[in-house]
Design a protein around this ligand. Structure first.
Ligand SMILES: Cc1cc2nc3c(=O)[nH]c(=O)nc-3n(C[C@H](O)[C@H](O)[C@H](O)COP(=O)(O)OP(=O)(O)OC[C@H]3O[C@@H](n4cnc5c(N)ncnc54)[C@H](O)[C@@H]3O)c2cc1C
Length: 360
């Protein structure tokens, strides 16, 4: 089998990359080790409301379950800052249905899908899956937080120790939540070196989770159990999940020869919030279009280097600002209190601007 573009990983980054490569006319295949796309869900399921439509997605009740118009920040000392984010709305998703939609959009453009296959290596011809090889010009590595493909190509995706956030989440029912408000709990009372979140999916139902950046004797699970006991003692869990998010900056170079690394694999995640879907979309589109151009416009392989220039132009500044915020806020109760006081006195239009940034 020979393809112009092989995409490893059918998460948001891989699906978007495959869609745009195929749209350019490149023969494209996505390979994923999962047997069913979107499952198991490992996500708090929130994106900015502007994201889906800016990538041509039409809202559907299959994947859009709630729209929130407020953020709440709550500090350890009980200081509450309520921010109206309109016109920027927060969407709460059914992530599995959302990912399936992304895959259908790629398939609509002609991308093929190979499920239940693990890419075990790369060689000069293409990608290797045990004793099978798929030949290709370009490999797009969208293989998520535990990516190996980038490293095999010599790209420094590993980063320093302690740069992975550890997360745990229950989807709770039988709880009293305001469906119009996404809540962030900052400070050592809730999740030292991280934060807790309450993202309502419906009336009486929410994703309640924690993410921590420092090792904790009881791990993220222990921190979550304490948070849930504090906030929702009568809640009942209908789903539990855990996972890791990159909380560092991307490597300087995300291209090596014919390999391009995108999404979580390239650490293109907001290091403060841990949100990575929007950046995965942005990087996926850039990588897909460039790989498509190499395939169909006869551009040389060195043209792939353009990807590094373009993702940096779109994302690098925001990522660096978020990284600074992460370092200043998440490890200091004092700074969190100051941040809340500052938010309370900031004019509404600046708050909305900040909210938009944080959200991404
Ligand atoms: C608990 C938690 C909550 C989160 N909440 C949010 C949120 O609310 N909002 C937000 O924006 N972000 C959130 N994130 C981050 C977000 O989920 C990721 O940033 C996003 O999924 C990145 O997409 P991706 O396509 O790069 O990687 P992934 O979605 O991880 O996809 C990678 C894919 O590659 C496949 N794969 C890996 N290795 C191989 C291989 N060798 N061969 C074949 N297939 C392979 C995997 O099976 C997987 O399907 C959260 C993360 C966690 C862990």
């Amino acid at each position: 089998m020979v393809y112009d573009v092989v995409v490893v990983g059918a998460g948001p980054a891989g699906c978007v990359a495959a869609r745009y490569a195929a749209e350019k006319g490149a023969s494209t295949i996505i390979i994923d080790r999962k047997r069913e796309i979107g499952k198991p869900v490992r996500c708090a399921e929130v994106v900015a409301g502007t994201l889906p439509s800016s990538f041509g997605m039409k809202n559907s009740s299959e994947w859009l379950v709630n729209e929130a118009h407020y953020f709440n920040f709550v500090s350890s000392k009980g200081r509450v800052v309520k921010i109206k984010t309109s016109p920027y709305v927060g969407y709460v998703l059914n992530r599995d249905a959302f990912e399936k939609e992304l895959l259908w959009m790629a398939a609509d453009q002609g991308a093929e899908l190979l499920l239940g296959k693990t890419v075990t290596g790369i060689d000069s011809k293409g990608v290797v899956m045990g004793d099978e090889t798929i030949e290709t010009k370009t490999i797009i590595a969208a293989d998520g937080v535990d990516s190996r493909i980038g490293r095999l190509a010599g790209i420094k995706t590993r980063g320093k120790l302690g740069v992975l956030g550890s997360c745990a989440q229950h989807t709770l029912v039988n709880i009293d939540v305001d469906p119009d408000c996404l809540e962030f709990y900052l400070g050592s009372k809730f999740a030292e070196g991280g934060y807790g979140w309450v993202f309502p999916k419906n009336k009486g139902e929410a994703n309640v989770g924690v993410g921590i950046l420092r090792p904790h004797s009881q791990g993220a699970y222990g921190v979550l159990e304490k948070f849930v006991r504090q906030k929702f003692p009568s809640g009942r869990s209908i789903r539990f999940l855990s996972g890791c998010v990159p909380s560092t900056l991307p490597p300087n170079e995300c291209v090596s020869k014919n390999v391009v690394v995108i999404g979580d694999a390239a650490r293109q995640v907001n290091p403060f919030t841990g949100a990575g879907i929007a950046n995965a979309f942005v990087a996926g589109k850039i990588a897909g279009e460039i790989a498509g151009d190499v395939a169909v416009k006869g551009r040389p392989l060195t043209h792939l280097k353009e990807y590094d220039r373009l993702w940096k132009a779109s994302l690098e500044r925001k990522l660096k600002k978020s990284y600074k915020l992460r370092n200043r806020l998440l490890f200091s109760d004092r700074n969190i209190e100051m941040f809340c006081i500052f938010l309370n006195i900031l004019p509404a239009f600046l708050i909305r601007r900040l909210a938009k940034r944080l959200h991404y």
